[in-house]
Design a protein around this ligand. Structure first.
Ligand code: F3S
Length: 64
């Protein structure tokens, strides 16, 4: 699974990080770092919870 990060939509809510701090990395201002995230199978539940928690829909789940 992959998380596609839409940086322009991030408003720094940090809910993704609160759910999965080892998967979602934020910068010093609390915004998600650029670059899509490859998620290992064991982390998929946590990663999808984090992605779905973003109120700005900045984190798109790609299962293809
Ligand atoms: Fe940004 Fe959404 Fe996370 S606004 S910091 S991607 S919860």
């Amino acid at each position: 699974m992959r998380i596609i990060v839409h940086n322009a939509k991030c408003q720094g809510h940090a809910r993704c990080w609160a759910q999965a701090p080892d998967i979602f990395n934020l910068n010093d201002e609390g915004y998600i770092l650029p670059g899509d995230i490859d998620v290992e199978e064991k982390d998929e539940l946590l990663a999808s919870r984090g992605a779905r928690s973003c109120p700005e829909r900045a984190l798109e789940i790609d299962c293809s």
